[in-house]
Design a protein. Structure first.
Length: 337
């Protein structure tokens, strides 16, 4: 569904946040002062595809309004929403490959761009996962980027611009998308029918990327892990140290999702700290665990909570650096009781 959002009914008004980039692109459409190449940069799920689709759809729209928004009803808009617009070409890694080859760029961009638009005054090429372009592919497209036909517009989508040649970057209008406010993402998810507590947790995990937040809400394992971790952490004050150490089983069961386990733990202890220091229930992320959080705020000292949070972060870092998992988890579990 998250990817589907980026192409069905695309419009600037449907995009959460990114007011600056939206205003920039709409102004370019209205004024006709368009760049021949754009680079949209931002983390996965932050809205690059949605913004690109809104831009291209409005650019080609037959009845766009004076603010640069597409009508959504003309033949161009309908064909764009159905992903069969003859003057919009999408390029990305082919099949199971993890890169975009020079052969692809020569055939799908360089050769094709010399064919005039079929149904519009513009012809647009959207290169998705453009940070997967090989060096040869980047070099091959330099001349096209520098001197495209007057009707041609090339849009590169990338998580980071670090892998691009300086000569590529110098030929593009660069638009960097910044993380969206967590509260905005949470409210947006709730408007889409996601329960409040689930929406808040997903928003906290998504690091400012609405698309990632929505994917998490639709991920059954995400909710399963959340419940398992919270159930384990809730029982800690009532069980023996030996029982706490048996928490290793949780990490063994979800060993492919260590990042989620640690993130849920951080959210849990973060809520206890917040409640302990402010008493403000409205600031808690685990809204379905308020009663439990309130009780645990009296169980832990402030110093304990800070130590636990710091240890979680440190062990997560060590595991990413290939530390011994069993030993690292043992060290973590020892400080939870």
């Amino acid at each position: 569904m998250a990817d589907q959002m980026s192409r069905e009914g695309a419009s600037f008004s449907a995009i959460l946040g990114h007011e600056g980039p939206k205003a920039h692109l709409k102004a370019a459409i209205v004024s006709g002062q368009l760049g021949h190449a754009y680079l949209l940069e931002g983390t996965r799920g932050i809205g690059k595809k949605m913004l690109t689709d809104a831009f291209v759809k409005a650019l080609l729209c037959e009845h766009k309004n004076e603010e640069g928004e597409s009508c959504g009803k003309c033949a161009s808009c309908r064909s764009f929403d159905h992903r069969n617009h003859p003057d919009v070409k999408r390029i990305g890694p082919a099949g199971d490959k993890n890169s975009i080859s020079v052969k692809q760029i020569r055939e799908e961009l360089i050769k094709d761009i010399n064919v005039r638009p079929y149904d519009s005054t513009r012809k647009v090429y959207i290169i998705e996962a453009a940070d997967k372009l090989t060096m040869e592919a980047q070099n091959a497209m330099l001349k096209t980027l520098e001197e495209p036909p007057s009707y041609g517009i090339i849009i590169l989508l990338a998580e980071s611009s670090a892998s691009f040649l300086p000569t590529i970057l110098s030929r593009c209008v660069k638009i960097s998308l910044q993380p969206i406010d967590q509260a905005l993402i949470g409210s947006w998810l709730q408007r889409r029918g996601v329960p409040k507590e689930k929406a808040n947790i997903a928003a906290a995990f998504a690091q400012g990327a609405p698309g990632q937040a929505l994917q998490l809400c639709e991920n059954e394992e995400f909710e399963e892990i959340r419940q398992a971790v919270f159930e384990f952490l809730t029982r800690i004050p009532e069980v023996s140290e030996l029982e706490v150490m048996r928490g290793q089983q949780l990490w063994e069961k979800y060993k492919s999702a260590y990042d989620k386990l640690f993130s849920f733990m951080l959210v849990w202890y973060r809520d206890i700290l917040v409640y302990q220091e402010t008493g403000d229930l409205q600031r808690l992320l685990c809204t379905d665990q308020i009663k439990t959080i309130g009780g645990l705020a009296a169980y832990y000292s402030n110093e304990q909570l800070i130590q636990i949070v710091e240890t979680i972060l440190e062990i997560d870092k060590k595991l990413k650096a290939n530390a011994n998992p069993a030993l690292a988890i043992d060290c973590l579990l020892m400080i939870l009781k």
